[in-house]
Design a protein around this ligand. Structure first.
Ligand SMILES: Nc1ncnc2c1ncn2[C@@H]1O[C@H](COP(=O)(O)OP(=O)(O)OP(=O)(O)O)[C@@H](O)[C@H]1O
Length: 618
């Protein structure tokens, strides 16, 4: 096709010259001006010298009316001369080939700073085909950001910490620590945490620039058909703006994300097996990102009349490490407000129109999208919603005798901030009140954390479960159809303070210790789902290892008695095995084993993901 296009370049150019722009259609004319927390722009890079030499010409043209671009493709016809196929797209902003990165920075990133400085999460991510200018743009933006932060007053208002890492497949590597691997996990507040990644304080522009340079030198690159120095991973720069003012507010977070470029199948012909695998992984994570974009866009575009469908809209952000990092953008049940600037990078060449059209489609889809986050309302049972005033009264009432001084332990902290204080610092603050012992301080810390963990398990009275209101009282809650439960923790009784061993029930998922000697597919965690007590299993039934489950079967004659020789409480369980995706599990209901209660260590909450049909630990 490339040869055909290059052979018909003069016809293509004359058709483009004759093109008469039509007013945008209704969908193209979607009101993008009112986008609130997601803004979308495209950047068309210039035609590069070597492209010009090979006869390539531009195929994407911004109109004078800001936000609209026309894309022209040459259409091969069976008989006669090729014709022109034109499409128009409207997005929030268009930065053309002659537009400097400074303009893009001023329009896209600069407006995120005040929001981040107030404790929000700001994100700029660049996506697009390989060689379309993502790395070029993001690295320029990082340099401009370094200037803004340290030449102005920004760095004096918050203390800045930076992490830089890359995601390759579902693995994360620290670019500030020689590509050391680390984990990306979700904490009890639902926030994404980089566990094991370096986070360095930055105090000057030169320090920040040196870290950017260091990270760039570790980044994985390779030559592709379209780009000699193509990034073969997603690179993320995360700046945490720590609150140093007495006003209680969360730390702000700014993400700058340079996604790896998608490569078309035809560009893979010269790759080795390893490179093919790497490209496949990049394409999988980008396709999950697109599913999330589609999910979030359709949530917004659902008519008012289909509110129920809107609530049930599934956004698969847990399916890849990339979308887990971007959880704050895609999780509608999230409580932290976030603002996202999406930059679609476009290669202007008429040889790349199909990839460019695809990029423009997703950019257009995200326009006028607004993610509505759940508001955080005060709830006495949920410590992370407490104001400093409530925290102080809680300390006064619940810290024991002598009362720990609230003005020493939490002079200005909200509930979420108090929970975030490390244990040793928490105890040191408590010990500054006369008469308080180490044990009292530890017990008070444990009490606060127990309340916090319980609050993340038991649904709030106002919390919605699959669109149905969870009733305040237990009886009403039980009336919710069992089919609406998708998480094993939904079945926990609210306020049940017994240990899990005292409330073993069918369907409960537990983690077992090493004493359970069964060949597991995942060596990390031995999970089982409880089915029933061993003693109720009938005669001649065998477990997964071929052993008889209940050799002392006697239920019909002596109901409620222990089988002969049984000295422990034992349960027949189904093995929970690791699934095909990262952090996913499946219940292998036919692979059954008997587990002694003493081998069970903790209860685990599993959440069912209807799209992948796997479970995830929640
Ligand atoms: N706005 C621009 N002005 C001038 N040159 C540009 C511009 N954008 C990109 N380029 C050049 O285009 C080439 C490809 O850019 P870049 O490496 O940023 O692409 P990419 O989208 O990050 O590719 P990949 O996904 O393969 O990493 C580079 O040589 C870069 O210098």
């Amino acid at each position: 096709m490339e040869q055909y296009l290059l052979a018909n370049v003069s016809r293509y150019q004359s058709l483009v010259q004759r093109f008469v722009p039509q007013p945008p259609t209704t969908t193209e004319n979607k009101d993008v001006a009112n986008c609130s927390n997601i803004s979308v722009a495209i950047r068309i890079r210039p035609i590069l010298d070597h492209e010009m030499v090979s006869g390539q010409v531009p195929a994407i043209f911004p109109r004078s009316e800001n936000g609209v671009v026309d894309l022209h493709e040459l259409k091969r016809v069976v008989r006669g001369l090729p014709t022109l196929n034109s499409s128009s797209f409207r997005v929030g902003n268009v930065f053309g080939a002659d537009c400097a990165t400074e303009t893009l920075y001023t329009n896209m990133l600069r407006p995120l700073l005040p929001f981040v400085w107030e404790g929000g999460i700001g994100t700029l991510f660049a996506f697009g085909q390989t060689g379309s200018g993502k790395t070029y743009t993001i690295s320029e933006v990082e340099r401009l950001l370094a200037e803004t932060l340290f030449d102005g007053a920004w760095a004096t208002q918050r203390k800045l910490h930076v992490s830089m890492f890359e995601l390759a497949g579902n693995s994360a590597y620290d670019l500030l620590d020689s590509r050391a691997p680390f984990s990306i996990l979700e904490d009890s507040f639902g926030n994404t945490q980089l566990v094991g990644a370096q986070e360095l304080a930055i105090n000057s522009k030169s320090e920040f620039l040196a870290l950017i340079e260091k990270a760039t030198s570790f980044r994985q690159t390779a030559g592709t058909e379209k780009n000699d120095g193509s990034s073969r991973s997603h690179a993320i720069c995360r700046i945490r703006a720590v609150n140093i003012s007495p006003e209680p507010s969360e730390d702000g977070i700014l993400y700058l994300i340079d996604l790896a470029g998608s490569e078309a199948a035809r560009d893979l012909s010269n790759h080795s097996a390893d490179r093919m695998k790497e490209t496949r992984e990049i394409n999988i994570s980008l396709s999950i990102l697109k599913d999330c974009i589609r999910g979030i866009a359709s949530t917004n575009n659902t008519p008012e009349t289909s509110k129920k469908r809107q609530k049930d809209q599934y956004i698969p952000f847990r399916q890849s490490t990339l979308t887990k990092v971007l959880k704050h953008v895609f999780d509608p049940s999230g409580t932290r407000s976030s603002t996202t600037a999406v930059l679609a990078c476009i290669n202007p060449s008429f040889l790349d129109t199909s990839a460019s059209k695809n990029t423009l489609r997703y950019a257009h889809m995200l326009c006028a999208t607004e993610v509505k986050y759940q508001s955080v309302e005060h709830n006495p049972a949920i410590p992370k919603t407490w104001s400093n005033k409530f925290v102080r009264s809680y300390i006064t009432k619940e810290s024991g005798s002598p009362v720990i001084s609230p003005s020493i332990l939490a002079p200005q902290e909200s509930g979420a901030q108090l929970l975030a204080i490390p244990l040793n610092k928490f105890i040191a603050r408590c010990l500054r009140t006369k008469g308080v012992t180490d044990n009292q301080a530890k017990a008070f810390h444990a009490k606060l954390w127990r309340l916090h963990i319980d609050s993340t398990h038991a649904p709030r009275s106002d919390q919605k479960l699959n669109g149905d209101l969870v009733q305040k009282d237990h009886t009403a809650r039980e009336s919710v159809s069992p089919m609406t439960y998708i998480s094993s923790r939904d079945l926990m009784s609210k306020g049940d303070m017994r240990t899990f061993k005292d409330r073993i029930r069918p369907g409960m998922v537990v983690c077992c210790n090493a004493m359970v000697d069964v060949p597991w597919t995942s060596s990390q965690q031995k999970l089982v789902m409880v089915l029933c007590p061993q003693k109720v299993v009938g005669k001649n039934m065998k477990d997964a290892l071929g052993n008889e489950i209940n050799s002392g079967y006697c239920l019909s004659q002596h109901e409620n008695t222990e089988p002969t020789g049984a000295t422990h409480q034992r349960y027949l369980c189904a093995m929970v095995l690791s699934g095909g995706l990262a952090d996913s599990y499946e219940v292998s209901i036919w692979r059954q084993i008997v587990v002694d209660l003493s081998s069970m260590e903790t209860e685990i909450s599993l959440e069912y993901d209807p799209a992948t049909r796997y479970y995830h630990i929640c």
